[in-house]
Design a protein around this ligand. Structure first.
Ligand code: CAA
Length: 380
């Protein structure tokens, strides 16, 4: 067993760390304040080859691996979790299902465009009335000649509006429940596709989150992803890996908050000495760092399993659960280390605390992760 990062993974870490510090950090607070998504940062990520890290070069990817990808999401999120989730949703939720279930033509068309960063991807599962109960979706897909006709709406879509390619799940026969669901690759330009309201959020405010609406949206037959009836399995299998991307985001948020807390504790003088000399602060720092290290081991392990072709759904649910709870705990403590200044928007830790909360909710709430984990352990 070797817990050291390879030279390639260290290079990825250093490259993305430098990118995040130079290109994302200077504007992170302002973009959060303005709730504005910066497409310029996305274009720079594409130039750097970050948009298709785990995909083979034959599909326009970097030919690296999932561990390299989670390291990149972690490093981006250490500075700005909004940028982290943009890459995570694009790669794990939109690229992955095309890579695993797409035809060769779909991969050459859509995966390549996403991997090269010419197109951004999004994943459309959640609806106003179906969040955790994903099978309860109401969006329909009916075959009409050579086209599927989609009707319905999806909410909380990360990258909504900026994405060019949407992986959409819809019901072809509601009597069949999950066995009637199909997955589609929908282009933003397809007739009947529109972007609805933009969400006003507590955190990750500079990531784009919108509703997307399908009104007799016509999708060519060849854009069916997998088979009719396979859609729910595609959705769930996609989330198996996606959840580890969120674990990486949570890990980055926690690490970033700890970095700020350590720096501040050494500078802030109270009672005639830096507060880092006080045991109350030392204990907090120790607990924060220990939880982060455990979250990192779970997250890297799940990615490593995926790279080795070993089942990873259980480990991904665990990494998402633990890393997101860690992000919440650590960011709350980071604010406490900063005291009153931590509560002020002049310092970044309150943003980290607001950003952390969503990692306990999206890509399956942590209650759903517990169902998934116990399901693996208790199945007959
Ligand atoms: N891989 C492949 N197939 C799977 C699977 C997996 N990981 N998990 C379940 N399935 C299959 C099952 O085998 C079963 O198939 P069969 O009937 O053929 O055996 C079928 O799917 C139905 O499984 P369940 O009976 O377990 O389904 P369920 O209705 O009880 O739901 C659930 C299970 C875990 C609660 C699921 O609905 C779920 O994960 N809900 C949460 C949804 C979610 O995570 N949403 C996140 C939205 S995306 C997002 O947040 C993106 C973003 O913005 C960043």
């Amino acid at each position: 067993m070797n817990f050291l990062l390879s030279e390639e993974h260290q290079m990825m870490q250093n490259m993305v760390r430098e990118f995040a510090l130079n290109e994302c950090e200077p504007t992170a607070a302002q973009r959060d304040e303005d709730e504005s998504f910066d497409i310029g940062i996305w274009r720079k990520m594409a130039e750097l080859g970050l948009c298709g890290i785990p995909w083979p070069e034959e599909y326009g990817g970097a030919g690296a691996d999932y561990l390299g990808y989670v390291i990149a999401v972690e490093e981006l999120s250490r500075v700005d979790a909004s940028i982290g989730v943009t890459l995570s949703a694009h790669t794990s939720l939109a690229g992955w299902p095309v890579y695993k279930f797409g035809t060769e033509v779909q991969k050459q068309t859509y995966l390549r465009a996403m991997a090269e960063g010419r197109s951004m991807g999004a994943y459309c599962l959640t609806e106003p009335g179906s969040g955790s109960d994903a099978v309860g979706m109401k969006t329909t897909a009916d075959l009409d000649g050579d086209e599927w006709v989609l009707n319905g709406s999806k909410v909380f879509i990360t990258n909504g509006g900026y994405a060019d390619i949407y992986i959409v799940f819809a019901q072809t026969n509601s009597e069949l429940k999950h066995k009637g669901i199909a997955a589609f690759i929908v282009e933003k330009s397809f007739p009947g596709f529109s972007v609805g309201k933009k969400e006003k959020k507590l955190g990750i405010r500079s990531s784009a989150t919108t509703e997307v609406i399908f009104t007799d949206c016509r999708v060519p037959k060849e854009n069916l992803l997998g088979q009719v009836g396979e859609g729910f399995k595609i959705a769930m299998a996609t989330l198996d890996g996606g959840r580890n991307g969120i674990a990486a985001q949570a890990l980055g948020i926690a690490q970033g908050a700890l970095d700020h807390a350590v720096r501040y504790a050494k500078e802030r003088v109270q009672f005639g000495k830096p507060i880092s000399k006080l045991q109350a602060i030392q204990f907090k720092i120790a607990d924060m760092a220990t939880k982060i290290e455990a979250a990192r081991l779970l997250t890297y392990q799940a990615a490593w399993r995926e790279d080795k072709g070993i089942p990873y759904g259980l480990q991904s649910a665990m990494s998402k659960l633990f890393a997101s709870d860690t992000a919440m705990d650590v960011t709350v403590e980071a604010v406490q280390v900063f005291g009153g200044y931590g509560y002020s928007r002049e310092y970044p830790v309150e943003r980290y605390m607001r950003d952390a909360k969503i990692t306990q909710i999206y890509e399956g709430t942590n209650e759903i992760q517990r169902l998934v984990i116990s399901g693996y352990l208790l199945k007959d």
